[in-house]
Structures are given as structure tokens and as C-alpha cells.
Design a protein around this ligand. Structure first.
Ligand code: CA
Length: 230
């Protein structure tokens, strides 16, 4: 039995039960809660490895849950939305979820995405262990400490979600190189499909909001490039 714990935040009991049953069958531990405030408390108490988070919840909504949980401890979040346009809206807001799925979805796809997210987190952890002290990238006034997963710009620490951090590192490791959304998806998310390109845009937006708009250049119709300031 895996010790990987997934917190499922969903107020529709049939969906919550279906998800936890499937996750348990896949060998994960799964705990379901149906209320936003309870979700924040459980995330703090149980320190789950991943959170599946519905947007529309009683108490506080999924956006606020995501913000509060991420402020306390970075954790991968897969957000469930009711409609595609809701996903677009959230991506526009740069909520800080690592992936999005629109209802209805297949359990198979949900499990595949959860596995991809967990793989990515594990890879990052391995990298962290393997990395010596020289895992520090300094580019102008930006410092990325890969081992400690810390980012400092102009002497100010910047808090990024795990996905935002991985995205920044991949871009910064390939400075002045145009990277397509598909390539970013493949490397950072370990997941490629058509809807995923919007997820990339959302995370780029969030990184720019936190770090400043000048480091990542949009190459229209292609992707993004990291432009270090000398
Ligand atoms: Ca709901």
C-alpha cells in the first residue's frame, strides 16, 4: 500500500465517493472533505501529497482554498471545474493550481493526471537530493536555489508554487531559447494534450505577476523565452 495521500475536496458526495474509491483501488490513501474551510484545516493536519480540488464549494470556494493551502505549504493541486469557460477564467486569474480538469471527466484521465503530477514532484525531490551546493542559478538580480527551491529577486524572496518553480527553472536553464508550450508541458507537467497549453499560459502569468513582467518574453504563436537581465 502506497503511503501517498490524496485529499479530495468535493461537495457532491457521489463524485467524492467515486474519486476516493478509484484512488484507493489504485493503491493511494484518499480522504474526502466537502467544505472549503474543512479542506484548509485537513490540508494543514494531514499534509497530503496532492489535492484534488473542486471550485464550487460551500464555505470558501476552491480558489480561496488553493490560496490558503499554498500559502502555508506548497502542494500540487489539480482543480476540478464545471465548465471550460470557468477553467479559462481561473487560468486568467493565475490561481496557482498545477492542472485543471473540466467536469465531467473520466476516472481514468483523472488518475493519469494525478500520476503525472506525483511523478513530477518526485522527480523534483530526487533532483533536490542529487543537487550539491552549486545548484544555485544567478541571473542578474534573480537567484534560483534549486536545492532549497527558493527564488529571490532584488533581495526579496518570491514564493512560487511547485509547478511555477519547475517552470521557471526549466525556462531559466535554457535562457534566450524559445520554448513551445508543448515542450514546456512535456518537461514541466509530464502531460501533453491540447487543453494543457492554456495551463502553461496560466502559470506563466502567475510567475510574471510574482517576479515581474520583464523576465519571460512571449513569442506569439510559438511559446516563451527566458530573457535574463545582465
Ligand atoms: Ca461543487
Amino acid at each position: 500500500m502506497s503511503s501517498t495521500l490524496v485529499l479530495v475536496v468535493e461537495d457532491e458526495p457521489t463524485i467524492a465517493t467515486a474519486i476516493t474509491r478509484r484512488l484507493t483501488a489504485e493503491g493511494y490513501q484518499a480522504v474526502a472533505v466537502g467544505d472549503g474551510l474543512e479542506a484548509v484545516a485537513k490540508a494543514s493536519e494531514l499534509t497530503p501529497d496532492l489535492i484534488v480540488l473542486d471550485v464550487m464549494l460551500p464555505g470558501i470556494d476552491g480558489l480561496e482554498v488553493c490560496r490558503r493551502v499554498q500559502a502555508e505549504r506548497p502542494v500540487p493541486v489539480l482543480m476540478l471545474t464545471a465548465r471550460d469557460d470557468e477553467t479559462d477564467k481561473l487560468i486568467g486569474l493565475g490561481v496557482g493550481a498545477d492542472d485543471y480538469m473540466t467536469k465531467p471527466f473520466s476516472m481514468r484521465e483523472l488518475v493519469a493526471r494525478i500520476k503525472a503530477l506525483l511523478r513530477r514532484v518526485e522527480r523534483a525531490a530526487q533532483l533536490r537530493t542529487a543537487m550539491a551546493d552549486d545548484g544555485v542559478l544567478t541571473l542578474g538580480d534573480l537567484t534560483i536555489d534549486k536545492a532549497a527551491r527558493r527564488v529571490v529577486r532584488a533581495d526579496r524572496e518570491v514564493h512560487l508554487t511547485p509547478t511555477e518553480f519547475d517552470l521557471l527553472v526549466f525556462l531559466a536553464d535554457n535562457p534566450r531559447t524559445v520554448l513551445s508550450r508543448e515542450k514546456l508541458l512535456e518537461h514541466v507537467w509530464d502531460w501533453v494534450d491540447a487543453s494543457g497549453t492554456r495551463t502553461v499560459d496560466s502559470h506563466i502569468k502567475a510567475v510574471r505577476r510574482k517576479l515581474g513582467p520583464d523576465l519571460i518574453r512571449t513569442v506569439h504563436g510559438v511559446g516563451y523565452a527566458f530573457e535574463p537581465i545582465e
